[in-house]
Design a protein around this ligand. Structure first.
Ligand code: C2E
Ligand code: CA
Ligand code: CA
Ligand code: CA
Length: 277
């Protein structure tokens, strides 16, 4: 188990969490974390809406299970989040992402990479040191790493999360609020967070060209983000109509199937080369 500072919440490890298919998720995940290449990352590019240049990418975890096949993150991350395994998983993801980023840097392609952080990690006072150690170890400038956190994560234990976020921010790492609109953050609260970017949840983006309510929400989120000096990203952009409306609303960046699906590192390298990124 990971060493934790006094006062940290200790979650009961549960070896018996299973998926509907009966897979013992946590036992298999532990094994996968010990080595091999079952766990790997896909990368999805984010595009500026004015020029459609690649301005960064998000790393998304994939698990190629030896007998169950490809397991989507939604099927094992929630189980890992209930235990200390999520900390090791996060370290592994950061390690993979930074190693890949180093390769892209060596090839002259300095493109920011975002990694998703679970709620649980923001409660770990050791996270900023871990991030710093990995950045140094891989020789990657902090400004090229982005960390995505959900608003609900931050609302859970505000004071503790705020301290961790502030220390990450002080390292020079960029922070994003993920799935914006699905939580309960107030404007006053958002203003106090040391974040640089706001990502509008894909459910609102998906509905915005057909549902007036969603369009209002997207517009409001964009204006709010801009008033707070944040870059605003729309996720789940699937159609040209989304792009057109988002552009009209002044959204800065878009990510979604309309542009590209998440892809392996090799394919991403080809895309970076082809687009001169
Ligand atoms: P998320 O952070 O909101 O990531 C975006 C999800 O939307 C990804 O699903 C991505 O493949 C999907 N997506 C991208 N564009 C589109 C689109 O145009 N339409 C639709 N319908 N979907 C789109 P994915 O890869 O299955 O990941 C699901 C969730 O799992 C992520 O949601 C994130 O919360 C979590 N996750 C993924 N990787 C990691 C990780 O390394 N660590 C942690 N803690 N969570 C992760
Ligand atoms: Ca995300
Ligand atoms: Ca998201
Ligand atoms: Ca989401």
């Amino acid at each position: 188990a990971k060493e934790m500072k006094a006062g940290a919440v200790v979650f009961e490890p549960d070896e018996h969490v299973t998926t509907s298919s009966g897979l013992t998720v946590l036992g298999d995940l532990r094994r996968a974390l010990e080595g091999g290449d079952e766990l790997f990352l896909h990368y999805q590019p984010k595009y500026t809406l004015d020029g459609e240049r690649i301005e960064g990418m998000e790393a998304l975890l994939r698990w190629q299970h030896p007998t169950q096949g490809l397991i989507p993150p939604g099927d094992f991350i929630p189980a890992a989040e209930g235990t200390g395994i999520i900390l090791r998983l996060t370290e592994h993801v950061l390690d993979l992402a930074l190693a890949q980023l180093r390769l892209w840097l060596d090839a002259g392609r300095a493109v920011p990479v975002a990694v998703n952080l679970s709620t649980r990690c923001l409660l770990d006072a050791g996270l900023p040191d871990l991030v710093e150690r990995l950045l140094t170890g891989h020789g990657v400038p902090a400004a090229l790493l982005r960390l995505e956190v959900t608003e609900s994560a931050v609302m859970g234990d505000a004071a503790r999360c705020m301290e961790v976020l502030q220390r990450l921010h002080d390292l020079g790492v960029k922070l994003s609020i993920d799935d914006f609109g699905t939580g309960y953050s107030s404007m006053a609260y958002l203003r106090r967070l040391p974040v640089d970017e706001l990502k509008i949840d894909r459910s609102f983006v998906l509905g915005m060209t057909t549902t007036a309510h969603d369009a209002v929400l997207v517009r409001t989120a964009i204006d709010l983000g801009h008033n707070l000096g944040l870059t605003v990203v729309a996720e789940g952009v699937e159609e040209q109509a989304h792009v057109t409306l988002l552009r009209e609303l002044g959204c800065d960046v878009a990510q979604g199937y309309h542009f590209a699906r998440p892809m392996g590192a090799e394919q991403m390298t080809e895309l970076l080369v082809a687009t001169g990124t």
